[in-house]
Design a protein around this ligand. Sequence first.
Ligand code: ADP
Ligand code: MG
Length: 387
Amino acid sequence: MIQIHQLKGLYLEQFGSNPAILAKSPGRINIIGEHTDYNLGLVLPAAINKYIYIAVGKRSDFKIHLYSADYTETYRAPLADDPEAAPIWAKYVIGIAQILKREHIKLEGFNAYIIGDVPLGAGLSSSAALTCVTGFALNHLYNLNLSRLEIAKFGQQTEHENIGVKCGLMDQFASCMGKKNNLIKLDCQDLSFKYIPADWSNYEILLLNTNVHHSLASSAYNDRRAACEQGVAWVKEHHSSIQSLRDISIEQLERYVKPRSVEIYTKCKFIIQENQRLQDACISLTMGDFKKLGELMFKAHWALSKEYEVSCDELDFLIESAENNHEVIGARMMGGGFGGCTINIIQKGRSQPFIQEVAPKFKARFGFELTPIHVAIADGASLIQEY
Ligand code: ADP
Ligand code: MG
């Protein structure tokens, strides 16, 4: 846990002056709606109580001086310099700063002290938290008058341009727009969104990180995208107005896709049904029916595993264990698949016994440890202190 009152002192120690602003931006979970984003479907993320923190102060020499506490590394360069040679963590910070500079000439140099507790590469979007907190803090520091949505979009642009990750907007959207006790029903087609409030007081959210990332992930991701595009193209031959799986019914899939490829039909059907599961999950939450939400999560997992085929033994093992424990009301793999975390909704106070039960079995089966991560649904980016 980061001690906020220490952040000002750490900045002072590093840069020899006081910071002007302390800010934080969170990582995120996604309750249901996997692989739907690139099919212009729905996702249901929420910001969590794990953050990247930043302390920033102005510089008038058009330079940036950065310090990452987690990498114990410094990076100093003119703001305009090509970040190609910078360490990867600094590229996110420089990347969004340069985009802001291009858009808002007001921005000059700055110092930034960065520290965080969003687990890296676990599918909780630490990278989005980093770009969003930087954008959020610079927006305040230089009075750029950017909306949260604009900051999120600049964060996404940074991933595209500086990191080469062609991600959707979900991660940055959740980090900037998150709201305590609310999920965000985000439509990836037109970016319209709705908060879905729920009373989480009887439940805990536990992530179990398998600590694996199978090498299949990126090629399978591309294959799945291609399968979905092919399915759309086949239906489009008969209905020219169709843009994405969002516009297609199961009946149309059965008619135009199944006879040509059962494999592609199965992948496309998964996406259409996953969007429907998400709609049903929102209704269940609004009615306070967590049991139904849990059932939908288990269903989503096995569809991801058996139909969309993006799970792995470690994830399936954890979901089977969750299904066999009556205090876990719902669980599924979270993220692109082939590793990463499962998300588990558990009766309040019962996550510890579940961890004690499942962790040794996981170790015995796979030969390495899982990592439990407790999270709660929290607000998006916020200013901690302005001096
Ligand atoms: P994730 O799923 O967590 O977003 P990514 O690979 O997209 O995984 O992003 C992880 C990268 O984000 C790290 O390699 C690092 O460059 C940057 N990052 C994340 N957290 C921090 C941090 N606390 N301090 C500095 N850089 C960080
Ligand atoms: Mg990321």
